[in-house]
Design a protein around this ligand. Structure first.
Ligand SMILES: Cc1ncc(COP(=O)(O)O)c(C=O)c1O
Length: 451
């Protein structure tokens, strides 16, 4: 339920439909077919591999498509083993569990491997990155974000090790396909003897310069995961992969993902199992998509660059990246509004209010405008430390404890970079099938929001 028609301090928020009659938007036509944030792009071969699976009756969690995608991904990513799973979340769960077992040993079947342990986690990410910590009964400690890449802040991570020196596991995600500062993060983890679970779900195909060598995201942690969710840069409709150089870890993940059967003629179990293996049908779709990964990245990059150029005269900036040490896959194009160009906007838990002001705008106004013209944007992923479910979890910023950081009697409000990016930023329609003309219309709609 959104309050869009409420008078607020003598001004008003616009009803979504009113954008079409608002004189600021005169002359702009709504899109006849919806422009998506990021939708699947099929090329034809997917159908062939799915049909092959059906015709040969490999309609199961074994088959040629699975074998091929595992081989091709290991080659592409530059790791020894890729284990195909039902989704990225499954890959992250088993990655997290492997790390926890390596650190703390095997748990009782009714206990998580992280019981009694804290884990440092990216804060501005999708909750699937860090929910596995809770699945394993651990406590997430959220690490604030930095402005340079919108990813985990190495300085805040260093601070977190001051506060919680016992922590040995760090879950790092690359937001919107932009690699985080992995050299710094890896060094800090090495210094403190901590393992990294790398969530490369959004960044498949993004590159990072490590010790002078370009490597793929998905090779930067001790345990790594990618996703083929329907909105990702290539998709199987679903699916994910665990990536590793360790034969033992790959075999363990394969075993866990197929219900943890022991070597006995009957179903014999000595550890908890999961039904997490990829289907050969899903693998067929992914197999057909692999040849188009680079093409999709090129299209996404062109979209990012067109936005950058088209919005250059507005008081906004695009989502940034470290141009020296990384090449994003440009999965989602985002923008952030300069502080002094932010029109008033407040968000509740499920609703929001904003006011239009000449020369200014707000993420919710732009998102409403884009929606009214039949395109899809999205707020920045709401930081985990602000989520109701994790509101009692610790949060660490560059200044230290991020909870209770203001003082009624002392000036200054402390930093919370993630909350700031969430407040001022938004994800723009980034579908690789969007034409330059369609994108120009979206750019024009954004301009009109600032009128
Ligand atoms: C950062 C991040 N991690 C994990 C996931 C989970 O992947 P999946 O949907 O394949 O389970 C997603 C997306 O869905 C994601 O964006």
């Amino acid at each position: 339920m959104f309050y869009r028609n409420i008078t607020w301090k003598g001004s008003y928020t616009k009803q979504m439909n009113n954008f079409l009659t608002d004189p600021r938007f005169a002359g702009i036509e709504p899109f006849k077919t919806k422009i998506w944030l990021s939708s699947p792009t099929m090329h034809g071969e997917e159908q062939r591999y799915v049909n092959d699976a059906i015709q040969t009756n490999w309609v199961s969690t074994v088959g040629e498509n699975i074998n091929v995608v595992e081989r091709q991904f290991a080659e592409y990513i530059g790791c020894k083993y890729a284990v195909a799973l039902s989704c990225g979340t499954a890959a992250l769960h088993l990655a997290t569990k492997l790390a926890s077992e390596a650190l703390y040993g095997q748990a009782q079947p009714n206990r998580g491997t992280l019981q009694g342990h804290r884990v440092f986690c990216s804060d501005v990410t999708f909750d699937a990155s860090i929910n596995p910590v809770a699945y394993e009964d651990g406590e997430a400690v959220f690490i604030d974000t930095e402005y340079d890449t919108w990813n985990m802040s190495p300085d805040a991570l260093e601070k977190a090790f001051d506060l919680y020196p016992e922590v040995r596991l760090v879950v790092v995600a690359h937001l919107y396909g932009t690699p985080g500062k992995m050299a710094e993060i890896r060094n800090i983890c090495k210094k403190h003897g901590a393992l990294i679970v790398e969530d490369a779900a959004e960044s498949l195909g993004a590159k990072y310069k490590l010790d002078g060598q370009w490597v793929e995201t998905g090779t930067l942690g001790a345990y790594n995961a990618i996703s083929f969710n329907g909105n990702k840069i290539i998709t199987g409709s679903a699916g994910g992969m665990f990536l590793t150089d360790s034969k033992e870890d790959a075999e363990k993940v394969r075993k866990w993902s197929t219900q943890s059967r022991e070597a006995a003629p009957w179903y014999q179990h000595e550890e908890i199992g999961y039904n997490y293996r990829m289907s050969n049908i899903i693998a067929g779709i992914i197999r057909g998509q692999i040849p188009y990964l680079e093409e999709h990245i090129g299209q996404k990059k062109a979209i990012w660059e067109r936005y950058e150029k088209g919005l250059a005269d507005l008081p906004v900036k695009m989502n940034p990246w470290d141009r020296e040490n990384s090449i994003p896959n440009f999965w989602l194009s985002c923008m952030i509004i300069d502080e002094d160009a932010m029109a008033p906007m407040v968000r509740g838990e499920q609703d929001y209010l904003y006011r239009s002001e000449s020369g200014k705008s707000s993420p919710q106004e732009i998102l409403d405008a884009v929606t009214a013209f039949n395109a899809e944007g999205r707020p920045i992923w709401k930081p985990m430390h602000m989520q109701p479910i994790y509101r009692t979890s610790p949060f660490v910023t560059v200044e230290g404890n991020g909870r209770g950081r203001t003082n009624a009697y002392i000036k200054g409000s402390g930093v919370d970079v993630g909350a700031d990016i969430f407040r001022r930023g938004l994800c723009l329609p980034s579908d690789n099938k969007m034409t330059p003309e369609q994108q120009n219309r979206i750019i024009e709609i954004i301009h009109r929001c600032f009128r």
